[in-house]
Ligand binder design. Structure first.
Ligand SMILES: [Zn+2]
Ligand SMILES: [Zn+2]
Length: 359
């Protein structure tokens, strides 16, 4: 009896020691126009500033959630754990780099420039060395980032503003005029900054959306409906250099909740690469039913803007839906819809129109 217990104990211990292969969720958002759609999060914290995890944990979390690239962006000027974790701005990147390389996750060296509002907080990424940015004068910091050819974006622009309050200050306009930023974080976590979004569109800034995660990632984030906010980057290939090129050219979209924000052509590309209309159609005299398959993780919500077709249509993620389309005597229909959760501007959905032919 004792011997059996010993064998069982040994067996359990052996099994516990075996490697357990980690699982990764794949985010289903298609590649478009010959670009690979990389899922990226360029804003997160560790114990090296006010985050609550070690840098390698950020790598594990991001990999499990299906991300392709991250930047750990600890605050330069705010380190509440300084007594336990000494100031060393480059350490989060150095500690996480090996783990990221092992998992094939791209890691970009970055930091968060943290000043009172205004001007607020800014992430500088693609840095070689963060230390030169640890300097007193705010404009010197941005110049130090520029000297390293960093990509700089304005974080959570309206986080301290009351509803309706103007938050794009003179100093933010000055930063823009001097060409010291290239992007705007129009979504941070679950907050969308509509005025900053419009400002970013008017001045052709790259649209960014990130988690700004401080706590350990919730296991729920593995579910498509609870995914973290991320920047979709339409890159030539999966490399750090290609991500930088795409960011500088503005080839991004922001994926948060069940919404994607971006320029119309990118959103149209995502919709068209996600949706497949299958033949044969089921036809009666005045209408045709078509089976529409949505291979993406997004539930597309459509509202009719034309004269024919259902007034609203939902194409649920990963499912097929029959849609009944009324046809004219020539067997065609002029369809016009807005995809309300693909946003080209605050409150503005993507307009689509097409002539549908029954055969
Ligand atoms: Zn911040
Ligand atoms: Zn932050």
């Amino acid at each position: 009896m004792r011997k059996t217990a010993l064998i069982v104990t040994l067996l359990v211990l052996t099994l516990l020691a075996l490697p357990v292969w980690a699982q990764r969720r794949e985010i289903r958002i298609p590649d478009i126009y010959g670009y690979t759609t990389l899922k990226c999060d360029f804003h997160m914290h560790t114990v090296f500033s006010d985050g609550l995890v070690w840098p390698t944990v950020r790598v594990d979390e991001a990999w499990r959630e299906g991300l392709d690239a991250i930047s750990i962006t600890d605050h330069i000027e705010y380190q509440p754990h300084k007594a336990d974790v000494p100031t060393n701005h480059n350490r989060p990147y150095e500690i996480a780099a090996g783990k990221a390389a092992g998992l094939g996750l791209l890691l970009i060296r970055g930091t968060e420039i943290t000043r009172n509002t205004p001007p607020g907080h800014f992430n500088a990424i693609f840095l070689n060395d963060i230390n030169p940015l640890d300097t007193k004068d705010f404009f010197d910091v941005l110049e130090a980032a520029k000297a390293q050819k960093a990509f700089v974006f304005w974080n959570h622009p309206g986080w301290k503003a009351k509803p309706g309050e103007k938050y794009i200050a003179d100093i933010n306009e000055q930063i823009r005029e001097k060409g010291l930023i290239q992007g705007v974080e129009v979504v941070n976590g679950r907050s969308h900054y509509a005025d900053a979004h419009t400002w970013a569109l008017n001045h052709n800034f790259t649209l960014m959306g990130n988690s700004d995660i401080h706590s350990p990632a919730d296991n729920d984030q593995m579910q498509p409906e609870n995914h973290r906010t991320m920047t979709l980057v339409f890159a030539r290939e999966k490399t750090v250099e290609a991500i930088k090129e795409a960011l500088l050219k503005g080839r991004t979209a922001v994926y948060f909740g069940n919404t994607i924000i971006g320029k119309g052509d990118f959103l149209e590309g995502i919709f068209e690469a996600s949706i497949h209309v299958q033949k044969p159609y089921v036809q009666s005299k005045n209408a045709v039913s078509v089976l529409v398959t949505n291979e993406s993780d997004i539930d597309f919500e459509l509202r009719r803007t034309g004269k024919v077709g259902p007034s609203t249509i939902t194409f649920p993620a990963g499912q097929s839906t029959f849609v009944k389309i009324p046809i004219d005597k020539d067997g065609k229909a002029e369809l016009a819809y807005t995809v309300t959760n693909l946003c080209t501007a605050p409150g503005k959905g993507l307009s689509l129109s097409t002539t549908f032919y029954a055969d």
